[in-house]
Design a protein around this ligand. Structure first.
Ligand SMILES: [Zn+2]
Length: 341
């Protein structure tokens, strides 16, 4: 039986529900392009949705969009705001959890300097509002409700346009005093490798993020090798995506498999380094690139198996994320539960 079902928080939440007190939690997961939200009762998702983020407008427009989504979610869940215990917002950057201040969101700069908690409280009527980092929320979501619900120590990676990470130790997600803990995307993997968005060279993100997968496939194809990738893209290199490469690899294509093996090797090396730093029970891989499945997981596991003999880490404990792109909203709801516990 899942550990958290008998945990203190679950019992407390259940008792509150029985008393008829406010029992719903709302979690939002904000990205630079879209944001998602969900209404939860004791960790169970009642209704969810996703919307466009008005990133090109201004801070009040973003706050209004988030507040409107809360009302829409409540309508979908057939619930009233008086039943809500609290709201938590996962933001794509550096935030001050104690005050609710958004410090630096590189992909959503219009909200930098905004006190998101206060702004939402002003629109939603003094609801308890928590603001947290999005990678923190995704890691907490998988820890409480997803692939990590049976363990207390995990490392989570989100492999997408960027590479995010999160570390849980002793059942708590850690971020560090400067919010840097788990920023594994900027671990240096190839010292003289390609340039990273952060200004450094050879970062993990620069050799295994979305653009790296696409660039690698284009480089292999420019020598005229036959590949299923060309069939899937109509021969247009601009149409190559990690999903296309993964699909071709699953169909046994050699070029696509070579790309996956190379990217899987880099991911595996990063995991070997991370294992000796945080000693996880399991490693959870999420995000669009991890959706490739076994064609990626096989080279990742093989690399960890052969390059981490000292730790003896069981590579069967490298697992896919269980909550998919909903980890962030589950985790945000858990932030409410724990913030009010
Ligand atoms: Zn970097």
């Amino acid at each position: 039986m899942a550990r958290h079902l008998y945990g203190r928080r679950w019992i407390k939440t259940t008792l509150m529900a029985q008393e008829g007190a406010c029992q719903l939690s709302i979690g939002l997961d904000v990205g630079g392009t879209t944001f998602a939200g969900g209404v939860f009762a004791a960790g169970e998702l009642l209704a969810d949705g996703s919307w466009s983020t008005p990133a090109d407008k201004n801070a009040p427009a973003v706050v209004k969009a988030l507040a409107d989504s809360v009302h829409q979610l409540l309508t979908r869940a057939n619930a009233d705001i008086s039943e809500v215990r609290g709201l938590a917002v996962g933001m794509p950057g550096n935030v001050d959890r104690a005050t609710g201040l958004v410090k630096d969101c590189p992909n959503l700069p219009v909200v930098n300097g905004l006190n998101m908690a206060e702004a939402l409280q002003n629109r939603l009527g003094q609801l308890s509002v928590f603001v947290a980092n999005d990678a923190y929320c995704a890691t907490l979501g998988e820890l409480r409700y997803g692939a990590g619900r049976e363990v207390e120590n995990l490392l989570m990676l989100t492999l997408g346009t960027g590479i995010g990470g999160g570390i849980a130790l002793n059942d708590q997600v850690l971020r560090g005093p400067r919010q840097m803990m788990g920023e594994i995307g900027h671990m240096i993997i190839v010292p003289d490798g390609p340039k990273c968005g952060c200004g450094n060279i050879g970062c993990f993100e620069a050799v295994a993020g979305k653009q790296a997968v696409v660039d690698l496939a284009r480089r292999y194809l420019q020598y005229g090798r036959e590949s299923r990738i060309d069939d899937l893209t109509g021969g247009d290199p601009a149409e190559i995506t990690p999903q296309v490469v993964a699909q071709a690899a699953r169909q046994g294509d050699e070029v696509a498999s070579a790309v996956m093996n190379q990217v899987g090797y880099y991911i595996g090396l990063a995991l070997c380094n991370a294992i000796v730093m945080c000693d996880p029970d399991i490693i959870v891989l999420g995000g669009g690139i991890a959706a490739a499945g076994e064609v990626l997981f096989a080279p990742v596991r093989q690399t960890v198996k052969y390059r981490s003999p000292y730790t003896g880490f069981d590579v069967n404990n490298i697992v896919p994320a269980a909550l998919g792109n909903k980890a962030g909203i589950y985790g945000a709801a858990a932030v409410v539960e724990e913030g009010l516990a």
